[in-house]
Ligand binder design. Structure first.
Ligand code: R2B
Ligand code: URA
Length: 297
């Protein structure tokens, strides 16, 4: 797939909601944009939507993308597009860099609005990447984990999507070809392809014993983490199931690339220095930008 043009490169995102046809103007409320704007001019050439949790990291990524892709930084620096109350979005040539906040609830909003944005902009062949942080399971801090499949925190390989009280199981498997192509761009960065558990929180749902509430034991935590590890899970975070299921539903090629901040088999607290944490985040950004540069030819 890499470097070779296929029919995906010519495809726009097809939204799966007939109700949208009845809207005269669609307000992308959390982005501060709407379909009455010239979105085609603003975003029509987008090829990659890169999202991570933090707004600060979205700007760091924008600058790094400019450096690696040889795109000039505006004199006053990259400015966010739309509003920044919830999400901060930057555009650097074919790359959109935007943060999605923390957790499934937050990324669900960003995914819906950014997918509609790309559809209204008639952007073709857009790939979505989540570049994030995670707790490693049996991998060293700093390792970049590229997700092959996302599990929920009951260790089930699907995403429960609840609509009007009915629960649908949605597919959370990600493209193995794209995962491999990104892995092949790791250079000397420690990386692995593996499965990812997406938990509904950071503390109890990730089995942590350092939250304000913990009624479980170290033995229970380790048994659960080891069970996950035995299933091929290499990291845990808070958005993968929603991201994977959403992209699969709309046929968007996508990948999740997360740096491990710690090895959860060794503990719960994130004790790395700010410099180390910045380096870990940089690892995942570097791998993805290596891939984008190669993919653009
Ligand atoms: C990883 O890191 C965040 C929690 O610290 C969360 O958004 C995630 O998935
Ligand atoms: N993000 C998570 O969700 N979990 C971790 O352990 C580290 C980062």
């Amino acid at each position: 797939m890499n470097n070779k043009s296929d029919s995906y490169d010519e495809q726009e995102i097809t939204l799966k909601n007939p109700n949208l046809d009845n809207l005269e103007v669609d307000y992308l409320y959390h982005l501060g944009l709407h379909s009455g704007m010239d979105l085609e001019k603003m975003f029509g050439d987008t090829k990659y939507v890169c999202m991570g949790g933090s707004a600060d990291r979205a700007l760091v990524f924008a600058n790094k993308a400019a450096e690696i892709l040889g795109i000039e930084v505006p004199e006053d620096g990259f400015q966010p597009i739309g509003k920044t109350e919830r999400f901060s979005m930057y555009k650097v040539g074919p790359v959109v860099s935007v943060n999605h906040g923390m957790g499934i609830g937050s990324i669900e909003i960003l995914l819906n609005e950014v997918a509609k944005l790309m559809a209204y902009a008639k952007a073709k062949g857009v790939k979505f990447f989540r570049l994030g942080t995670s707790g490693g399971i049996g991998v060293e801090p700093g390792t970049v984990v590229i997700t092959d499949k996302a599990y929920n925190d009951r260790l089930e390989p699907y995403h429960d999507k609840s609509v009007c009280g009915e629960v649908e199981k949605r597919n959370t498997e990600l493209s193995p070809e794209l995962a491999q192509a990104i892995f092949d761009c790791r250079e000397d960065i420690s990386a692995a392809i593996g499965s990812t558990v997406s938990a509904t929180g950071f503390y109890e749902p990730q089995g942590r014993l350092d939250g304000a509430i913990a009624y479980h034991t170290e033995e229970q935590k380790l048994a659960w983490l080891r069970k996950a590890s035995g299933m091929g899970v290499k990291n845990m975070e808070m958005e993968a199931t929603e991201f994977a299921a959403f992209c699969n539903e709309l046929g968007i090629r996508s990948s999740i690339i997360c740096a491990a901040l710690l090895n959860r088999l060794d503990g719960d607290q994130v004790t790395s220095t700010p410099e180390e944490l910045a380096q870990f985040a940089d690892n995942s950004q570097q791998v993805v930008l290596n891939y984008i540069k190669k993919d653009l030819g």
